[in-house]
Structures are given as C-alpha cells and as structure tokens.
Design a protein around this ligand. Structure first.
Ligand code: NAP
Length: 333
C-alpha cells in the first residue's frame, strides 16, 4: 500500500466564494478521518481540512500494534491511507489546506483557510496535538540537526551513532526500540527512577542490549554548532551535572493540544485541551471536538477514531434537529 499524497483529492485552486458545507472537519488524524467516514455515510458530504500532515501523529508511527483488525500490526501511513480511502469511498472530500481563522460567534461558522473560506453548518475539531519541547538551550537551534521528535522520520540518519531518548512514557520506549535498528546505542534519560510506559514495552526495552538507562536525570542543555555534539545532564536528586557526548537527541515528553485557533471561543482546560461532553459537544452548539485536541487521557488511535465517529453521529443529530425546528417554524407561520 502506498502513502500517496497525490491521491488526497485536494484542489490546488482557492475557492472564489466561501464554500458552504454541512460538516467541516479540521484535522485528518484517526479522529478526523473517522468523523469523515461517518459523516459521509450519513450523506453529509463532509470536507476534511487535512492540514500539512495528513494523518497526524499516527502517520509518523512505524507500526501500530494495538488497532483491532490488524493482528500482525499495520504501518501508521498504511492505516491513514486506509482511513482516507474508506471515507472518500462514501463521498468525503479531503483538502490539503489549513484553517487559519475561525469565527464561532454565529452559524454557519466562518472558517478562513490558506486557500479560501468555508461556511460550516457544523464543525468537528480534530486538530490533534504536537510533541512538547523541552525548552532548553540548543533545542530549537539544533532541531533537524540532531534534535528530533520523530524516530520513524529521522532514525535512519543515526546509523552507527549514539543517541539519547528523553522521556519515560510509551512513546519514548516505543521509539527507543525502533531506534535500535539504526543506532549503536540508545540511552533513555528519564526524570524518575521508573518508567511510565506499559509493561510489555518496558519488558522489551529492558531485554534490549542496545538500550541503556540514565535515571533521575534531565537534559538542561544541548550543545553543538551545526549538529548535536553533547548534552548536559542534571541528576535531579544530587543536582550533579555531567556532559555526555551524543549524536542525536530524541524528545518524547508528551504532547500539547493544537487548540490555539479556538482561544477565547471554546472552553479549554488548564492544559488547553478542548472541553467536550460525552457526546463530543463543546460549549458552542454545532461545534464538536474529538481526538487528542480534546483528550488528555487515552490518546490512542482507537479512542480517537471512536471519538471521531461519535462526533459525526452527533453532528448528524444536530443537523436533523435544526431541520426539524425549521420545518416546525415554517408550519406554524
Ligand atoms: P506521556 O505518557 O505523557 O509520557 C511523557 C513522559 O515524558 C513521562 O515519562 C514524563 O515523565 C516525561 N516528561 C514529561 N515532561 C518532561 C520534561 N519536561 N522533562 C523530562 N521528562 C518529561 O506521553 P507519551 O509517551 O507521548 O504517551 C502519550 C499517550 O499516548 C499515552 O496515553 C500513551 O499510553 C499513548 N501511547 C501509546 C502507545 C502504544 O500503546 N503503543 C504508543 C505511544 C503513545 P513522568 O513519567 O515523570 O511524568
């Protein structure tokens, strides 16, 4: 199976007039594409704004082993490709475009994009989350020059090299295991003395001879001019610092929801995740939130896909109710 961007059905031309749609879906990860499938099957002709990265984080995942229906696992890009094909089969349109401004003060909601403008009767937000940065000196300057947030994308460049992985969650351990294909050594630097990652991943990592651990430690500085040369590590118990020569720094310390666009318009929690109820409804009627932009807890492909399906079902109910209200109003007048 190919992960083929040219098959996305995107239009290169900017729409001259605002395009009026029943369902506009922002984001093309498992939540957005599952919402698209359900909205398309409800005959709502949804449009998905895929952003720059079709598929979101899962498209960067080498193998997904916990999505049901794939007993041998499936590559992230292949899974995204299948999601997209299935949604398009029922009439969903996937546009390679990004929302830049939203006005949720009245319906239809106005959404400006790089290529034009949409008027949406309902909006499904599935904008996902992006990897959190350490915020230490050298991180920004050396990103793409040894600092990476994606082992699947960049692992190959570290053949025969020594890398560190920062973090102790599922992502850090899964990506560490992946990096052992290329790197000579992978040192996990974790701020505590036990991992947060699940038991199976922990077991695999402890059994892997290329993976070493530095406990109770954080990276305070990343050094190098044109590429990463070393890091400063601080032991959080003794406060001792040491400099460690490394070729690469892979950072997996959690995610930040992509919700800046909705600041001041949609309710968010203290970490800026969108607040939605059990029916994916936000505080604005007709706006639904699903996937990692609204889920600080589960953040799995399957939970995001489920939330996306639920959001589309709710959007359909909402549109039905609006139509019935309009018919009743017409009958009374
Ligand atoms: P996570 O579970 O939030 O783990 C983040 C890790 O980074 C934690 O170990 C945390 O340390 C550490 N950390 C946070 N801030 C830090 C900082 N400033 N400096 C140093 N370390 C820091 O994030 P994740 O691993 O990306 O996983 C996110 C979600 O996706 C989870 O629900 C996970 O189960 C899921 N996921 C699942 C799979 C899978 O099932 N195969 C794969 C990937 C992700 P503490 O432990 O001390 O808090």
């Amino acid at each position: 199976m190919d992960f083929n961007l040219s098959s996305m059905g995107s239009s290169p031309k900017a729409p001259a007039e605002p395009v009026h749609v029943k369902v506009l879906i922002l984001g093309s990860g498992p939540a957005g594409l599952s919402a698209a499938l359900y909205a398309a099957r409800a005959d709502l002709n949804p449009v998905v704004l895929a952003g720059m990265d079709l598929g979101g984080q899962v498209a960067l995942t080498y193998t997904v082993e916990n999505y049901p229906g794939f007993p041998e696992g499936v590559s992230g890009p292949d899974l995204v490709n299948l999601f997209q094909k299935q949604a398009e089969r029922f009439g969903a349109k996937v546009e390679f475009d990004t929302a830049t401004e939203v006005d949720l003060s009245q319906r239809p909601f106005r959404v400006k994009t790089y290529n034009g403008e949409y008027l949406a009767e309902t909006l499904i937000i599935s904008t996902g989350a992006t990897p959190t940065r350490l915020g230490v000196p050298g991180e920004n300057k050396l990103t793409g020059r040894g600092v990476s947030f994606c082992a699947t994308c960049d692992g190959w460049f570290f053949k025969g090299k020594n890398v560190i992985v920062v973090g102790g969650g599922d992502s850090a351990i899964e990506e560490s295991l992946f990096l052992t294909r290329y790197a000579d050594s992978v040192t996990v630097v974790h701020r505590r003395d036990e991992l947060r990652a699940g038991a199976i991943l922990q077991k695999r990592a402890f059994a892997e001879p290329k993976i070493k651990f530095i406990w109770n430690s954080v990276v305070t500085d990343i050094h190098g001019e044109s590429k990463v040369e070393s890091v400063t590590l601080k032991n959080v118990i003794t406060q001792d610092t040491t400099e460690m020569p490394v070729d690469g720094v892979f950072i997996f310390i959690g995610h930040t929801p992509n919700t800046q666009l909705f600041t001041g318009q949609l309710e968010m929690d203290d970490q800026n995740y969108l607040v939605s109820d059990k029916r994916m409804r936000t505080n604005v009627e007709g706006v639904f939130a699903c996937g990692e932009s609204a889920d600080p807890v589960f953040r799995q492909v399957i939970t995001s896909a489920g939330m996306g399906a639920a959001a589309a079902i709710q959007a359909n109910h909402f549109l039905d109710a609006q139509e019935m209200d309009a018919e009743t109003a017409t009958a009374i007048s």
